[in-house]
Design a protein around this ligand. Structure first.
Ligand code: CA
Length: 227
C-alpha cells in the first residue's frame, strides 16, 4: 500500500513516516499544502493522510480540489480541532475519515487499514466508466455500446488503473508496481507490451478514449470528444 502523508510539523511527519514504513507502507511525505496537492494529483496512492492546517494551502481546499478533479483516493484528515462544524466541513469536502490530534499510532494504523480495505471493496464491486467505455473489473469485460469484449486479467487491471486515474499521467514504474506488484520480476518492457495489447483490443470500439504515450514517462488515459 502506498500512502501520501501531508503534514507540516516536521517531527510528527518523520515519526509517522517511520511508523508507516515499519508497517510496510510505501510513504511519500509533503510538508506544505502546495507540494501535498501536487503529489496527490500526479501520483497514485491508496490512502492520503492530510493535515487540516497547512502552510501554502489548507487541507480542506486541497481535498475539495482533488474531489472536483475526480480523484477519489480515500483521505484521512488530521485535525487539531474537534467541533461539530469542523467535522461537517471535513466530511463535506470529501474526507473519508478523520483523526483528532493527538492520536495513538495504533489508532492511525487501524484507520488506514480500514480505508485501504474500503478501497479494495469498491474496486471489486464497481464498474468503471470513461466516455462510452464501461469496464467490469471482476468479470474482466469491457462494454461499449452493443459490444462486449473480454480482457485478460492483467489487461483488465491495467485498464482499471487507467480508469481510476483518468487524465493523470501514470509512470511505467507505477504500472509495474500496481499491476504486477513491487517485488515482481517483470520488467518495464512488459508494460509496453500490455499497453500494446490493450490498445489493440480497445481500438475497434467507439469508446471515445485514448491511451496516450507520454514520452520518457508513461501513459495517460484521456476522453476524446471527436470520436
Ligand atoms: Ca498543521
Amino acid at each position: 500500500m502506498r500512502v501520501l502523508l501531508v503534514e507540516d510539523e516536521q517531527r510528527l511527519s518523520e515519526a509517522l513516516s517511520y511508523i508507516l514504513k515499519k508497517n510496510r507502507y510505501a510513504v511519500d511525505t509533503a510538508l506544505d499544502g502546495i507540494s501535498g496537492q501536487e503529489h496527490a494529483e500526479t501520483s497514485i496512492y491508496d490512502v492520503i493522510i492530510l493535515d487540516r492546517m497547512l502552510p501554502g494551502r489548507d487541507g480542506i481546499s486541497i481535498l475539495r480540489n482533488l474531489r472536483s478533479q475526480g480523484i477519489k483516493t480515500p483521505v484521512l484528515m488530521l485535525t487539531a480541532k474537534d467541533t461539530i462544524a469542523d467535522r461537517v466541513e471535513g466530511l463535506d469536502a470529501g474526507a473519508d475519515d478523520y483523526l483528532i490530534k493527538p492520536f495513538s499510532t495504533d489508532e492511525l494504523l487501524a484507520r488506514i487499514r480500514a480505508l485501504g480495505r474500503r478501497q479494495s471493496e469498491v474496486t471489486q464491486g464497481d464498474s468503471l466508466q470513461a466516455a462510452a467505455l464501461i469496464l467490469h473489473p471482476m468479470r474482466g469485460e469491457v462494454e461499449c455500446g452493443d459490444s462486449l469484449i473480454k480482457l485478460t486479467m492483467k489487461e483488465a487491471q491495467l485498464l482499471e488503473l487507467f480508469l481510476r486515474n483518468k487524465g493523470q499521467v501514470i509512470t511505467k514504474d507505477q504500472i509495474l508496481d500496481r499491476v504486477w506488484g513491487i517485488d515482481s520480476e517483470v520488467d518495464l518492457n512488459n508494460v509496453e507490451i500490455y499497453i500494446y495489447y490493450l490498445r489493440k483490443k480497445l481500438e475497434p470500439l467507439p469508446a471515445g478514449i485514448r491511451i496516450e504515450t507520454i514520452r520518457g514517462i508513461g501513459y495517460c488515459l484521456r476522453e476524446v470528444t471527436d470520436v
